[in-house]
Write a protein that binds this ligand. Structure first.
Ligand code: PAF
Length: 285
């Protein structure tokens, strides 16, 4: 076995220090494990432009709300290691919770404004938990580049904001959402769905695509695009829409009227499973 598994901060630092001394560029793919083809595409991208690929696997308690799925979130470590090995990952950092939060965490990273809407409106402490753990991972691993999927669009914007505001010397690389053939964005949470729920799921991306088409054909009225989308999603009795929003791509603020480039994003519940997805759209001049 070629892959190195590290479980402590001291150990991962020691390994990466040696790599840095060889002037190799370190790519970090932060994950919560339960790896799938979406993660594999992040790893592949990391392999193509970094010399040494590190994957972190850590289900971060700080980013889960009290009624969310922290305890039942899948943790198939053996399988994840195998996937990493096959994908050509050089090192995995899979710490215990007590390693990352060894003492009371008193310092938190909060990126203002960017988390006000979309998921941030429904998951109040979520992005503070994400930004804090990503800051810790950057300080532990000191990667040259770090890779994030566009599926978590708001997360990506917030991490970019944090890196800029706190002067992290890490280049953030965004990787396009990896989809099933029927359009469903890959997510570790897809496994929660029953076959009947899974059969409903493609309507999410179909609806985003329809919104994109409508915008690209000249519809500028946010209400009209949103209204049609919410109607289409609500037609399915097993689906509940949490939000469907059209935001500007950098500040992630809802736009009253659509001009130039926007991001169309939504969260829906299919049964008890919460799915998110988003798409870029550009309004014609
Ligand atoms: O996207 C995720 O899997 C997580 O939010 C991340 C970035 C690994 C932080 O825990």
């Amino acid at each position: 076995v070629r892959i190195v598994l590290t479980r402590t901060i001291q150990d991962v630092r020691k390994h990466l220090e040696l790599i840095r001394r060889q002037s190799k560029r370190i790519g970090l793919v932060p994950t919560m494990g339960a790896l799938h083809a979406g993660h594999a595409s992040l790893i592949e991208r990391a392999r193509s432009d970094s010399d040494f690929v590190t994957v972190s696997i850590f289900v971060n308690p700080l980013q889960f709300g009290p009624n969310e799925d922290y305890l039942r979130y899948p943790r198939p470590l053996e399988r994840d290691l195998e996937i990493c090995e096959n994908a050509g990952v050089d090192l995995v950092f899979a710490p215990e919770v007590t390693e990352v939060y060894a003492s009371e965490q008193r310092t938190f990273v909060e990126v203002s404004r960017l988390g006000d809407h979309l998921c941030g409106a429904f998951r109040p402490e979520h992005f503070r938990g994400v930004a804090t753990v990503v800051a810790k991972l950057f300080n532990i691993a000191h990667p040259d580049r770090a890779y994030f999927g566009e599926k978590d669009y708001q997360q990506l914007a917030i991490i970019r904001g944090m890196v800029k505001d706190l002067n992290f010397g890490v280049e953030i690389v965004a990787v396009p959402t990896f989809r099933e053939p029927d359009g469903l964005a890959l997510s570790s949470r897809n496994a929660y769905m029953s076959p009947a729920e899974r059969a409903l799921a493609p309507v999410v991306f179909q609806t985003l695509r329809a919104a994109k088409t409508s915008i690209e054909q000249g519809e500028r009225r946010t209400d009209v695009v949103k209204g049609a989308a919410i109607k289409a999603l609500s037609r399915e009795s097993g689906i509940r829409v949490q939000y469907f929003e059209i935001v500007d791509p950098l500040e992630v603020q809802p736009v009253a009227e659509i001009h130039g480039e926007v991001r169309v994003a939504c969260a829906v519940f299919i049964g008890n499973t919460r799915l998110i997805d988003n798409i870029a759209a550009v309004s014609p001049e």
